[in-house]
Ligand binder design. Structure first.
Ligand SMILES: [Zn+2]
Length: 258
């Protein structure tokens, strides 16, 4: 298959369209050197990522409020480049709605980020979150691993108005649960964020699910944005599908015009 976009990857050229990274982070992670906002923006500029959707790494480790505040600060300082996910922790059910309300009152927050943190996604503790997402037209990004969806597929069927992104689709070679979930719910999207690239994984997903339900994120700064973009650029799918994955599928779900 002839692909002009593969050449952009091979030559390290900036993409000829505004890309959208729907899965990025902000803050420090214990295993990595510090990664500044300037570093983050420079990597985006090199590749041609116009806007990145960010959530807090500190919030994953328990500092929800401080982490969400850092996301708010990034969005305030760079409103053209970042939009935010509010991170919430289901182990503190009384704090879920107040934190969502507090953050959505600020500019920049457009989505919700969830980890199981010991609670399956179809546990009733999460219901207020899904209701909030429906009321605010907010996409939900959820950590999943190795096909272990912990009810995220069932939640997507219960709330068909909400876009649900399953992070790390295909991790540990367990593709089928992601494919089955996407076939059962048009609002269930496969997020390709993953440190590895299996031969033919993206091609297989496009063949089984169709390109419209696959979205691209890099997990920056945990993974290299260039390496993550290359997975799509070098896949044996059409250039039209590559543009869908890298830009036009996810951006409109956040109300973005790139
Ligand atoms: Zn992530």
């Amino acid at each position: 298959m002839k692909s002009k976009l593969t050449q952009y990857g091979r030559q390290g050229k900036k993409l000829p369209f505004p890309a959208f990274d729907m899965h990025c982070h902000v803050g420090q992670w214990a295993l990595f050197d510090a990664f500044s906002i300037a570093d983050q923006l420079a990597e985006m500029d090199t590749i041609g990522v116009k806007v990145a959707a960010i959530s807090s790494l500190a919030a994953i480790a328990g500092e929800v409020r401080r982490g969400n505040n850092l996301v708010a600060e990034m969005c305030r300082r760079h409103p053209q480049r970042f939009i935010g996910y509010v991170h919430i922790n289901p182990n503190y059910p009384d704090l879920l709605l107040p934190e969502l309300e507090r953050c959505f009152a600020k500019r920049g927050f457009k989505g919700i980020k969830v980890y199981q943190q010991g609670v399956p996604y179809d546990d009733p503790k999460f219901d207020a979150v899904w209701e909030f997402a429906r009321a605010r037209h907010a996409p939900v990004l959820a950590h999943t691993w190795a096909g272990n969806l912990t009810g995220f597929d069932r939640v997507a069927q219960r709330f068909p108005e909400v876009p649900f992104f399953a992070a790390h689709a295909g991790s540990d070679f367990n593709y089928q649960p992601y494919i089955d979930a996407a076939k059962q719910a048009r609002n269930f999207y496969l997020d390709l964020t993953y440190s590895r690239e299996h031969t033919n994984m993206i091609e297989h997903f496009v063949k089984e699910v169709g390109a419209d339900q696959i979205v691209w994120g890099s997990d920056q700064p945990l993974f290299s944005m260039a390496q993550q973009a290359a997975k799509v650029l070098f896949a044996r799918i059409s250039d039209a599908d590559k543009v869908k994955l890298l830009s036009t599928n996810a951006a409109p779900l956040f109300g973005l015009k790139l």
